[in-house]
Design a protein around this ligand. Sequence first.
Ligand code: MN
Length: 246
Amino acid sequence: MDEINRRQMLGTLGGLAVAGGWIGLDTSETVAAPPEDEEPGKPKEYILPALPYDYDALEPHIDAKTMMLHHDKHHAGYVKGLNETLAELAIVSKSGSADVGKVRSLTDELAFNGSGHVLHTVFWSNMAKNGGGAPSGTLARFIDRDFGDLMRMKAQLSAAAKKVQGSGWGVLAWEPLSGRMLVFGAEKHQNWTMWGSVPLLVLDVWEHAYYLKYQSDRGGYVNAFWNVVNWDNVAERLEAARKLTA
Ligand code: MN
């Protein structure tokens, strides 16, 4: 590529990078292309993170047996599914044949297991022994700005979680395009979100999350969840997510 074309291309990329700032691309890094002989590093492995507390830490609100099964079996299953899906996708990619059915089913699996892994990872860190109470500082101010007050935000997130059809999540997210917090009620793990939104506080309302203790009383489980929320973790996530806003 001659120098003029190279500059034109970088100029175009620079423009895209500025326009793409809303998804958190650092313009300076994007424009400054790496040396052509530099190999990109390997992506990180997906691994099951350890629970940041004992299985019984969230008692009596969430029981130890549920936590053990939920983390060790269900979350582990999503990580396994994610890694297996990626291994199969690598084979499909290398084969050079775009088998429509296979690509379709594998991308479905990728979205399902990948989103399941992300949300469970956020979920465990969103809770703590002796959690609950109310947030303070910047997080509290943003909640007041976007929902009116904490009570209203809790009511909206609780309603979204309780009303998910079938299996899903209540999600409080930071939406970087506008710079505001939004509540979603996600079905399964991956449906009914807005691209680019960053989960801050999530509540799993799959039956595996509560049925041993609460049986069909999803509402009772959702109400109890507020007693174990780790607001410090939510505040840290908000600070990190706000850096993505253009
Ligand atoms: Mn779950």
